[in-house]
Design a protein around this ligand. Sequence first.
Ligand code: SF4
Length: 257
Amino acid sequence: MLRTKPSNDWPIESRVARLLAVAPPCDMVHTPSSLRHKITRIPEVRTLRVSEIFFSLQGETSRIGLPTVFVRLTGCPLRCGYCDTEYAFYGGEGMSIPAILDEISGYAPRYVTVTGGEPLAQKECLTLLRSLCDTGYSVSLETSGALDISGVDVRVSRVLDIKTPGSGEVEKNRWTNLGHLGSHDELKFVLCDEADYQWAVAVMRERRLDLICPILFSPVYGKLDPAMLAAWVLRDRLPVRLQIQLHKLLWGEGPGR
Ligand code: SF4
């Protein structure tokens, strides 16, 4: 086969076409550096299904009260009886990671929280979390504790639920996740009643959870009286933080808060 060497007198498109015809189809390895910008792979577009992106005050954890951008990803494999984000189980909008970053940057935040649903149910969530950290945000992740967190960027503060019997999903707890937590993470028990409280205290003591990271006790909104939970925590001298969801006190229940 006659192979004519591309001449510098040829138009650039002709030189590129000729090189593509004779080079291995995969990439630029043998391509002159002057032409590399013309022969690149089309990058894979990674998308996530996003239920909502909004700017609000962080309502929970040690970051409570801080202005934060929330990225709520669609979908969750659990069905807790007290779930307040059922609207995020389905629907949402497909967004690329650059598009998500672009929307977040419009708020110029310092803090970003990725939540759900269960955000880790979408595998590209790990890439999103890494990208958010690389961009310079202080990032937290709210996760059910049912899925593996070992791949989450270590710069992310993981807020891991431990599901109680009252949630209806206690058997979904992935206990091996505890081995991946550090002092900048947090463990959260959402408590439905006194039976849940007693169960949480037993688990905490048995597994020495207070030596791993801060522990949050949170009453189910409208179901367990926060004052009663406060009395139990003080009575039992527990090394936990009682938290009430600030956003619900301020604005009640509903999307976008
Ligand atoms: S893990 Fe969270 S989002 Fe999923 S059902 Fe339970 S409370 Fe709702």
